[in-house]
Design a protein around this ligand. Sequence first.
Ligand code: ZN
Length: 208
Amino acid sequence: MGAKKVTEPVMPPQGGWRISTGDLVELDRAARVSEFWARIDRRGGDDACWPWTAKTRNYFGYGQLRWEGVQAALTHRIAYALSQGVTYNKLGSAVIRHTCPESTYRNNCNNPRHLRAGTQAENIADKALHGTNPRGERHPMGRRFPDTLIREMRIRFWSVPTEQRPTITALAKEAGTSVTVMSRWLRGEQRADAGGPIAATPGGFPQG
Ligand SMILES: [Zn+2]
């Protein structure tokens, strides 16, 4: 008596309300892929090099991030895999070569049009072919640290007011080298020909 009528509960559809996990995986994947491309500078157009713009780089200057469960996946390999419609792991041990027309972003280009799957031997031949700096990048030690990386470190250190400078320790850690070596790079005592500023210019920013 006086009891409120209980609305008949809506019955769940057969099998229950479910969002297919397949859909979620697809959506998540699509979001990850667009996030990935958003971090690549493609403004130069189809034929230009497409550098990775995020700070996550390894000491070879290659962009890297967590991808498909791989902790430090290399961005150019991701770009190549995406362009081929295959998973990152599917690339296996294949060497993905850079065939960039110019060497500015040699290790850091993610334009699939500049990437080829090849053998290690082809990769080395390619580097020799495109190498322009016998005392710097082609030096056995120098090759670990491309000129672009060293130049970028110099710019980030010298081209800002003193109080905004990153610490040498932080830069060294990021590049994967010692504080001593980073300090020598910054002052131009090593890899002078990598370019970029090697001292602050009083009253103004030095040329990059
Ligand atoms: Zn390129």
